[in-house]
Design a protein around this ligand. Structure first.
Ligand code: ATP
Ligand code: MG
Length: 284
């Protein structure tokens, strides 16, 4: 089935746009239908696409996801040698780096050397201006052998205010071998907020003040891809608006639950009204 507008950073920013938080994305697409599919959706959902360069004659990056009978997934990525893989610093991208006061990095954006360089440049510039940084490692096994990836991940984590790993991913960044110790290690290293995504088991938030858990909403899961990105987009929207961690977690949990009810990774990005309705139902 498909094609669908997609890409972890695009899903994330689309969810932010749907919630009405001002948002922009730096990327590069080909002048083909896959590129137009993504541009059209992001524009429709209010995302500033001025930082997306359209590369004549190049192919838009794509990904294929395969669902195995045991529920696990495998991905084929055509990113490194696509228009996105050839991302360079453009004047439009630089203008965004001068105007944004928060940045979100997806680990997948560190999966090709050129991409990684632009992402790290944006991190350096935005944090130097006092901007905050959120980071979802989103590390699929398929990208773990990217040259320079460990250094790039460490560099980004060192600047991260809000860290959003899924399940076991936290152990890729810590020496600890249990979750509480891993969380403590990261808080000690200066990460202010940590949110662990647990799929159909809900999610948890940690900061210096303690721990908050949220139970999963009951949903009919038809397609789990994109849940983490919608969850992250919703969490960051509320976090930037100054909501408490409990409130941000509750809305993000609802955004993740909504995402899995639709086929297609970005199709389940929710509006505020949809999240209110979901939460109203679950809280009776
Ligand atoms: P992806 O990278 O594929 O988008 P992820 O591993 O980053 O996924 P998940 O943990 O799968 O993210 O999902 C994010 C959040 O969405 C979960 O922490 C949970 O709050 C919510 N969620 C995901 N799946 C379900 C489900 N089946 N039922 C209810 N809530 C869910
Ligand atoms: Mg994820």
């Amino acid at each position: 089935v498909g094609p669908f507008p997609s890409g972890a950073p695009a899903i994330f920013i689309d969810q932010i746009g749907r919630l009405g938080t001002p948002a922009a994305i730096i990327s590069r697409v080909g002048d083909d239908d896959f590129g137009r599919l993504n541009l059209d959706r992001l524009i429709a959902d209010g995302v500033d696409v001025s930082g997306i360069e359209v590369a004549r004659g190049e192919a838009t990056g794509s990904a294929f996801v395969r669902y195995r009978p045991d529920g696990s997934r495998a991905f084929v990525y055509n990113i490194a040698h696509s228009a996105t893989g050839n991302l360079t610093l453009t004047p439009d991208a630089e203008a965004l780096m001068e105007s944004c006061d928060h940045m979100h990095v997806m680990g997948t954006a560190l999966s090709a050397p050129g991409l990684s360089q632009v992402a790290r440049e944006a991190v350096a510039r935005i944090t130097a201006r006092g901007g905050t940084l959120s980071f979802d490692p989103n590390l699929r096994p398929e990208i773990l052998d990217t040259p320079g990836l460990p250094e790039a991940l460490d560099e980004v984590l060192a600047q991260t205010n809000l860290f959003l790993p899924s399940g076991e991913e936290i152990y890729l960044f810590t020496e600890a071998d249990d979750e509480a110790a891993a969380v403590k290690e990261l808080l000690d290293r200066g990460v202010g907020d940590i949110v662990i995504k647990r799929g159909n088991q809900g999610a948890s938030h940690f900061n210096r003040a303690g721990r908050t858990d949220v139970a999963p909403l009951s949903t009919d899961e038809v397609d789990p891809t994109g849940a983490g990105d919608c969850f992250g987009g919703a969490f960051v929207s509320f976090w930037l608006a100054g909501a408490s961690p409990e409130t941000a977690l509750r809305f993000a949990n609802a955004a993740g639950a909504n995402a899995v009810t639709k086929v297609g990774p970005m199709e389940g990005a929710a509006t505020r009204d949809e999240l209110d309705a979901l939460l109203g139902q679950s809280e009776g």
